[in-house]
Design a protein around this ligand. Structure first.
Ligand SMILES: Nc1nc2c(c(=O)[nH]1)N[C@H]1C(S)=C(S)[C@@H](COP(=O)(O)O)O[C@H]1N2
Ligand SMILES: [Mo]
Length: 309
């Protein structure tokens, strides 16, 4: 099946095959058009692709957005292949519906959320964020999401909970073997997780999140390197001790727990002082905390950022 369109296709058309496949899947499941029409409204958004009216977040940047085409064809999603073009070509390897997310660990009200329930936790907001990969490229991405804090409130974290661990979906029958110790896991300190900038993204450019960007729900933490944003999340765990993330296991000298964007602390293989915005030719200076210092610098006051990289 054609997943990757020719380069002259309109950006707005790029998700068409995904959406079409999704619609056919729902119709096939329902068994008839009549039944398909009777599906709950929450399924309708998956069929149409649109997430409906969105609140505009004041936390959005006014910078020019990266094209939808670049955002959906230049990806890191190693479970679907390690080349940038692989995830868009391998979307059939991950079925984003039905889906649920377990929220467990040190919480008074552990709960499994269906996607429909996640969508109802808070008004869906458009969050246009600068995103920077540790490899040295950046984008401006119009995410649609809910604050992670809204979800955390629902489960009532216990006093002993200090960190949050995120676990991505992994199916060894269809996904990459080797490379990392699967499943992909990431972590945040509880106060980072509760920061208003931290969201669970469920959409992109006003539509349902494409598989290659981490459908149906992924983490987005704009002041940290891109790899902190675990895709296709199936579990969120509140824990007492700092989690060991998949990248820390793979290369403890290269990937620390914090991974805050910091032009002064280089990765051993890539300078973090400058970056190339996808779609631009000249390089830009990388900003401390990716330009979000005003919102997040206080989380790290007094910490040695070379040690806690
Ligand atoms: N499960 C999972 N999540 C992941 C990754 C991955 O390989 N697997 N790659 C990370 C990296 S390195 C980056 S830069 C971002 C890329 O997100 P995007 O493709 O939506 O821009 O996803 C992050 N989340
Ligand atoms: Mo990355």
């Amino acid at each position: 099946m054609l997943i990757r369109p020719p380069s002259d296709i309109l950006p707005s058309e790029i998700t068409a095959p995904d959406i079409y496949r999704e619609r056919r899947r729902f119709i096939a499941q329902a068994g008839s058009l009549a039944l398909a029409a009777a599906l709950p409204a929450s399924h309708a958004h998956a069929a149409t692709g649109s997430l409906g009216p969105l609140a505009a977040s004041p936390l959005s940047t006014a910078e020019e957005r990266t094209s939808r085409k670049a955002i959906t064809t230049y990806n890191n999603f190693y479970e679907l292949g390690t080349d940038k073009s692989d995830p868009a070509e391998n979307t059939h390897r991950l079925k984003p519906a039905p889906w649920s997310v377990r929220v467990e660990g040190l919480v008074n009200k552990p709960r499994t959320f269906g996607i429909d329930e996640l969508l109802k936790l808070a008004p869906l907001e458009e969050r246009i964020y600068r995103m920077r990969c540790v490899e040295g490229w950046s984008m401006v991405i119009p995410w649609v999401g809910i604050p992670l804090a809204s979800l955390l409130r629902q489960v009532d974290p216990q006093g002993s909970a200090k960190y949050v661990e995120f676990v991505s979906h992994y199916d060894k029958a269809t996904m990459t073997r080797g490379v990392l110790d699967w499943p992909y896991t990431e972590g945040l300190r509880l106060d980072e997780a509760r920061n208003p900038l931290t969201i669970l993204a469920v959409g992109l450019y006003g539509e349902v999140l494409p598989v290659q960007n981490g459908a149906p729900v992924r983490l987005v933490v704009p002041w940290k390197y891109g790899f902190k944003g675990a895709k296709s999340i199936v579990a969120i765990r509140l824990v007492e001790k700092q989690p060991i993330t998949a990248w820390m296991k793979a290369g403890p000298s290269e990937y620390g727990f914090y991974s805050n964007v910091n032009p002064e602390v280089d990765h051993p293989r890539w300078s973090q002082a400058t970056e190339r915005r996808i779609g631009e030719f000249s390089k830009r200076k990388t900003l401390m905390y990716n330009g979000y210092a005003e919102q997040v610098a206080s989380l790290y006051s007094g910490m040695d950022l070379r040690r806690f990289f």
